[in-house]
Design a protein around this ligand. Structure first.
Ligand SMILES: Nc1ncnc2c1ncn2[C@@H]1O[C@H](COP(=O)(O)OP(=O)(O)O)[C@@H](O)[C@H]1O
Ligand SMILES: [Mg+2]
Length: 541
């Protein structure tokens, strides 16, 4: 168990934490969420003893050993894989180092002899003789084959490095595992693998993540950092979100009888629990849900942006888009080739592939990129709104406040109150709308782009990594908006949950041709037929 008592932390006038009292218990996985800068990483550093709190204490049950999954994938680049893993057990590693240094000495004093004896003893007690073989076994279990164990870390690819760093963290069976945004830069296969691994892990896990699919797969509890307070909730991210929305809705409806409210909540928990028990990593999450008290469910004080795209200027007809033999080559390198397909009305297509190729492909269809071969035609009733990967050109050198910025995109209505309404839905209110658009943060710019997209009232949406820089609330709002959208969409996203819940069709573009399947994302990544087709395709001349 980890107990946090009366914790507070101030940086100058800024209060990061105040009056934090929490307990973390074995067998649970805690997902830490909160806005950028809320203090998630700092909280993990306090628990590790790397940052001293202003007041309060953190205590661990006796003998508990903590391990951390390193965030910096390059930290061990010059070190061999095997040694990187051994370094994970700090005490043992220090003994190994000292022992080696003594034996390397030319003149071996009596003192050295005594010290060497002591070290040998502790080394033996810590099962040091088996350290290498158990590290090797751990690596192999994590999918790092023996031929890689002697290589330097820098010779491994990003996904392999994370596996080694995880082996480092797990070496010597720690009781507590800390992970700070572990899914950044990982491919979907490695993330799935990490989800399975953590779901089976017996110790205490604290993990910071913005990845909803990952949080849902591993967490038994959500730890919310909001306005310097920290609160633990039971259940995974979706449970936290949906249950707190439900309670907020019940609160707003003052006519509802108390017993009706309780019944509605109980039904909700039952349905959620039934779904949880169907998933692979069910046991621990199911247990967490079974223990929930109705009083534990509190309405969220968080504000969600309102994203919805259904108020279109006109509905599209049945002709949406014909693409014939579309290809693009940059400096002799083929980005995509022989892309042909028809879009059906209402299709929501996730485009997969090399991210540069996918961005170029979406830019071509959006009419932004003119250098390509082949052809495409949009249906006459379609109108397309686009959120490109790089939105610099919308903001750089533009000296307008948010109202004037957005007004220029409004097809008809130019009234300030009307424009403010769209900014308000994206949580820009009061004085904030008078900010200059070129000073905005990445997340704020993205929110402006959504205001613009809603205002354009298009019946076809193109979105290239729309969750970049967004916080969890905005991602959730975007996800809801796209789920409800009745028009047609082409998009690409690293957010697993978004792709899984939105796309009814997947188009993967490669330098040799495309794979085009009407299925959802999870089905697609697991499909052996798709994997075979990809292999055949890439073999082609
Ligand atoms: N040593 C420090 N001195 C002053 N401010 C700091 C220090 N370390 C972090 N901060 C600030 O504390 C806040 C929380 O940072 P962090 O824990 O990294 O946030 P998160 O991981 O939730 O995004 C940030 O605003 C950061 O700038
Ligand atoms: Mg952080």
């Amino acid at each position: 168990m980890i107990t946090v008592n009366n914790l507070s932390l101030r940086y100058g006038k800024r209060i990061l934490f105040e009056d934090v009292n929490l307990k973390f218990t074995s067998g649970n996985c805690y997902g830490i969420i909160g806005a950028n800068g809320a203090g998630k990483s700092t909280f993990l550093k306090i628990l590790q003893g790397d940052v001293d709190p202003t007041t309060g204490q953190v205590t661990f049950s006796k003998g508990m050993r903590v391990a951390v999954l390193k965030q910096n994938h390059f930290e061990f680049d010059e070190i061999p894989v095997m040694q990187t893993v051994l370094m994970g057990h700090k005490t043992l590693w220090a003994i190994m180092q000292e022992r080696e240094a003594i034996y390397a000495k030319g003149d071996f004093t009596e003192e050295d002899g005594v010290r060497a004896g002591e070290l040998e003893n502790t080394f033996g007690e810590m099962d040091g003789w088996n350290a290498e073989s158990s590290a090797a076994e751990l690596l192999s279990n994590l999918g790092i084959k023996e031929n890689l164990h002697t290589k330097l870390m820098k010779e491994l690819d990003g996904n392999q490095k994370v596996r080694v760093l995880l082996a480092q963290a797990l070496f010597g069976n720690p009781d507590i595992l800390f992970l700070d945004e572990p899914t950044n830069d990982l491919d979907v296969t490695t993330i799935n693998w990490l989800e399975d691994f953590l779901a089976d892990y017996q110790g205490i896990i604290l993990v910071v993540s913005h990845d909803r699919h990952f949080l849902d797969a591993v967490c038994t509890n959500v730890v919310d950092i909001d306005y310097s307070k920290m609160t633990i909730y039971s259940g995974n991210y979706s449970f936290w979100y949906q249950s707190s929305q439900l309670v907020a809705k019940q609160k707003a409806d003052s006519n509802k009888k108390a017993e009706d409210r309780i019944k509605e909540l109980q039904d909700f928990i039952r349905r959620f629990s039934a779904n949880a028990s169907k998933s692979r990593q069910a046991t621990s999450r199911k247990k967490a849900l079974d223990k929930i008290n109705l009083e534990d469910i509190k309405p969220s004080s968080r504000k969600y942006p309102g994203i919805q795209f259904n108020n279109v200027l006109r509905e599209a007809g049945n002709e949406i888009l014909h693409v014939t033999d579309l290809s693009k080559t940059v400096n002799g390198e083929v980005l995509f080739k022989n892309v042909s397909f028809n879009l059906k009305k209402g299709d929501k297509v996730a485009v997969l592939g090399n991210s540069i190729a996918v961005s170029a492909f979406l830019a071509v269809l959006a009419g932004e990129e003119k250098d390509y071969k082949g052809s495409f035609t949009w249906g006459v009733t379609t109108n397309v709104a686009n959120i490109p990967n790089d939105n610099t050109r919308f903001f750089e050198g533009v000296d307008a406040n948010l109202i004037d910025w957005l007004r220029q995109y409004s097809p008809d209505e130019k009234d300030e109150t009307f424009i403010r309404g769209f900014l308000g839905r994206m949580l820009f209110s009061g004085e904030e709308v008078l900010k200059k658009c070129n000073v905005l943060s990445g997340g704020e710019k993205m929110r402006c782009m959504f205001s613009r997209m809603m205002l354009l009232r298009a019946n076809v949406l193109i979105l290239d990594e729309p969750t970049n820089h967004l916080d969890l609330e905005s991602i959730t709002a975007l996800n809801n908006g796209l789920t409800d959208f009745k028009g047609t969409a082409l998009f690409t996203s690293r957010d697993h949950e978004l792709v899984e819940t939105i796309a009814n069709r997947i188009i993967e573009i490669t330098p040799k041709g495309i794979i085009d399947k009407e299925m959802d994302f999870d089905e697609y990544i697991k499909s052996e037929r798709v994997a075979e087709q990809r292999e055949q395709l890439l073999k082609m001349k």
